[in-house]
Design a protein around this ligand. Sequence first.
Ligand code: GDP
Ligand code: IMO
Ligand code: MG
Length: 413
Amino acid sequence: MQKLLSSLGPVCAIIGAQWGDEGKGKVIDLLAEHFDVVARACGGANAGHTIVVNGKKHVFHLLPSGALHPHATVVIGGGLVLHLPTLLEEIRTLREAGIDVLPRLFISEEAHILFEFHKAIDGMLEEQRAAKRGKGIGTTRRGIGPAYMDKAARLGIRMGSLAGDLTAELSLRADMVKRMYGVEVKQAEELQHLSEARALLAGRVVDTVGLLHRLLGEGKMLLIEGAQATLLDLDHGTYPFVTSSSTTAAGALQGLGLPPRCLTSCIGVAKAYCTRVGEGEFLTEVQGPTGDRLRERGGEYGATTGRPRRCGWLHLPDLQRAAQINGYTHWNITKLDVLDEEETIPVGIGVTPEGRLKEEKLPGWKQSTEGITSFEKLPRAAQHYLSFIEKHTGVPVSLIGTGQERGAMIIRG
Ligand code: GDP
Ligand code: IMO
Ligand code: MG
């Protein structure tokens, strides 16, 4: 671990390479022990980051996954859209588990408040898309798109105004929302949520840009938690089947108000295969018994919506592109153990001019890798599979996930 940590340097970002749910939460939790500050940079409660410690499962939607470590300063950056009841619930759940995050939690004044009406608009837009195009995006219906729409339209309400009375502003928004979308804003319910958040979060909403720069100036180590992933990025993902935020390393820096040159490393997280929730292209998707086997072995059901995830194989050009966009310095390949029963493992290596997928078939290993913590103990074929990814992306595979538990990870170097 020490060797890995010194190669990461003081500011490390963890960024998904696929369509999300790669296992970012687990690696953040593992590394957070060695960092002083953990910061979520973008997205909202569409994220679901799962951590398993001694058989107990913790799922984070808004708080950074490093929050489980009592020494860590926890930052929620300005790039987020915050559904306050979800945040309060997460703080409460952690407290019930014996972890008090509040005294070390800092929320950006620039983060936008995501209201119940954003969720209603999200659902309505999905139904309109389904009626027009036959299918929606398959959003999480957490109101993400509409909250970022308000932000871009300069109509949003930010955390910085939480301390004041928002009755008049909300009433103005309610009129507009009614006229534009025909959605009735439940003002009393929204105001109730605001008042509960105001009470609990008093003193926790600050200038996190200034705070982060001060902490970095003091030599503190910062772990940046990306949410969603590169193929869901608003610009670089599989548009329009994407989320509404910038999910790349650059987006994470923007969401926290940090300059590009401060990043000393960026860990790309990718499953040893691939999954997607929601609609949109997925060239290497496999259906039928093989897809079902991957889903069952990998427990591929959404942490936020419970939806079954679509499953398939790696597509190398996507990993290469993600490595370019994010400047990955290390890979964390997760869920290697899920492939333990496969006879052969196809990998997408490109597309023919006629649009047909080109595949290479790699040998499987047909033995358990679960819980293995050293590279040398992996079966030869598994080592070869990881080297293949390394060779074709030019990024070293430094962390390898071999199970759900915190300790089920190979750390190289
Ligand atoms: P995230 O959104 O990227 O944090 O990923 P999720 O938490 O949504 O989904 C990843 C799932 O895979 C979670 O249930 C994790 O507990 C689980 N997981 C993570 N790493 C591994 C691994 O190496 N092996 C296995 N079997 N499960 C893993
Ligand atoms: P984490 O951080 C997987 C997907 C949704 C949908 C699309 C748009 O856990 O990896 P949205 O609600 O954001 O407007 O939905 O993006 N999506 C995710 N898929 N993991 C996530 O987050 C996701 N966040 C959004 O399923 O296809
Ligand atoms: Mg997830």
